[in-house]
Write a protein that binds this ligand. Structure first.
Ligand code: IMP
Length: 202
């Protein structure tokens, strides 16, 4: 297997693209699907793993480049794991991430009505898949547990303002970029994957 000198990061989400780029070695050239005028595939999988595999396969076959793709989202305990793989679709359906976060808080309140102790448990999940042009692929999953809070902070992206990771007193959006980068679900998945792929780094 040849060394990786450039990699397509298979996502159109700017927040994810930046995080994944910053986790990879500086020596690897990072390419985005928009640079190659590529659309995204339909996320028809039933799990984060299936969707990250679908994206890696799609972008890799189209670009003939080694591709690293992510599928991630927020699973909320009292909402039976929703929005989960539908995290970005909820933001589209409700019109924006702000609206989706407001709807989530409403749904959590409803689910906890008449409960003595409010259950606000949630986790962010990320599946990362790397695929080589010869079809070889490796995937790893990362998860970070925490709680949903009213929106706080202006950093980050997506659902960052309503998620407080376990062991912290602030939301992802209140953390500085580096602080979140080095603890989140993508970092956890990346570190597992890195063990298996670092032999291909220069
Ligand atoms: P997808 O993987 O492209 O389907 O999108 C996953 C959705 O979950 C995106 O809309 C993200 O905004 C959201 N999401 C995934 N990871 C994070 C994160 O680290 N912070 C905030 N939102 C996230």
């Amino acid at each position: 297997m040849y060394k990786i000198d450039k990699i397509l990061i298979g996502t159109h989400n700017k927040g994810k693209f930046k995080e994944i780029s910053d986790l990879l070695p500086k020596t690897i050239k990072k390419i985005s699907p928009s640079e190659l005028n590529m659309e995204s595939p339909e996320e028809s999988g039933k799990s984060f793993l299936q969707n990250s595999e679908i994206k890696a396969d799609f972008f890799c076959k189209k670009s003939h480049l080694t591709t690293l793709s992510d599928d991630s989202g927020l699973e909320i305990d009292c909402l039976a794991g929703k929005p989960g793989i539908f995290s970005s679709r909820w933001a589209k359906e409700f019109g924006s991430f702000n609206n989706a976060m407001f709807e989530i808080l409403k749904k959590i309140n409803k689910a906890n009505q008449n409960k003595k102790q409010k259950n606000t448990k949630a986790k962010f999940v990320c599946s990362l898949t790397i695929q080589w042009p010869n079809g070889k692929k490796i995937s790893e999953i990362g998860e970070i547990e925490g709680n949903i809070s009213p929106p706080k902070g202006n950093n980050g992206f997506g659902y960052d303002p309503i998620f407080i990771p376990q062991g912290y007193l602030k939301t992802f959006a209140e953390m500085n970029y580096k602080e979140k980068l080095l603890i989140d679900h993508r970092y956890i998945a990346y570190k597992k994957l890195e063990k298996k792929i670092k032999i291909y780094f220069q």
